[in-house]
Design a protein around this ligand. Sequence first.
Ligand SMILES: [Zn+2]
Length: 153
Amino acid sequence: MSGRRIRRIVVHCSAGPASQRAADIIAYHTRPVSRGGRGWKAAGYHYIVEADGTVVEAVGEEGVANGARGFNQDSIHICYTGGVDARGKAADTRTPAQKAALARLIAGIRKRRGALPAAGHRDLSPDRNGDGRITPDEWIKQCPCFDARAEYG
Ligand SMILES: [Zn+2]
C-alpha cells in the first residue's frame, strides 16, 4: 500500500458536550475564521465517535488531519464527543457505546495497518524534565481526559 506512513493512533475528546454531532465539529473546523470557524482545510480528526457509538469518517486515512501540531503527518486522529462534565471540567464522559466503538475502531485500523501504538493527545506533550515519561504536570492539555495508553496502547 502506498501513501502515508502512519506511526500512531492519537485519541482525542472534542472538549464539548457528549451530545455534539460530528457534522458540527467538522463544520466548525473547516469554516473560514471570518465566519467563526478554524479555517482548516480538513477536519481535525479522521474519525469522530458520537455518544451513541456512531463512527463518522471526517477525513480519509490518506489525508492529513489537524489534530496535534507536529504529529499530523504520521498520525490517525480519532475523537469521541465529550470530555467535559456538566460544570465544564475535564472528565472522561465516554458512554459505553463510545467505549465499544473506540475499541472496535482501533482494532479495525490495526487489522488494516499493523500494530500501531495508541496514545492520548496529552501524551504527545513535551517531556520537559527529560525523564522519558509525559507526566500530568507536563500535559499541555487534558485531552482525551483518560489514560489512552493504558487502555489502548
Ligand atoms: Zn486533542
